[in-house]
Design a protein around this ligand. Sequence first.
Ligand SMILES: [Zn+2]
Length: 180
Amino acid sequence: MIYYILDNTAFSSGLNINITAEDSEIEFITTPEIIEEAKKNRNSSQIISVAFLQERIYVQSPTLSSIEFIKEQAKLSGDIGALSDPDISILSLAYDIINFSPNASVILLSDDYSIQNTASFIGITFQPLHQMGIKERIVWEIYCPNCFRRFPPNKLKSICPVCGGKLKRRRKRKGKRKRK
Ligand SMILES: [Zn+2]
């Protein structure tokens, strides 16, 4: 049995649970806190709706003792300040399932660096999403290489109205993560 523990980034990366879950030996599990957080994003919300409809995902709360353990460990690893309550919940659930099912493979799917770091500190196996065969979404932005102003996508290769530079394209940097 393989348990994939899904954090918020699994949904926002567009994880295709239906394709990935063809193998009946695979189960996808997440926490109510992650569902709550992921539903705020429209794409994630759609993935969750479909997964529920097809009964492809299980939602389970971690035990309080695991939550306490994970918080202690995250203090030691220095990640505690960067972990949200949903982050703590998913690490705790992974830890629970490892303890409940010692013979199963338990893999935490996450692109979140603080979750990955805490997981490796504790010894929880994790996998970044791109290793699940998911193409990373690239978001481009149009900018002027001279004055660094940004423009809408349809302005590519036109001329900067401010300084006359030829507009170029670059990968949009991800915004700062919302953390408490
Ligand atoms: Zn310019």
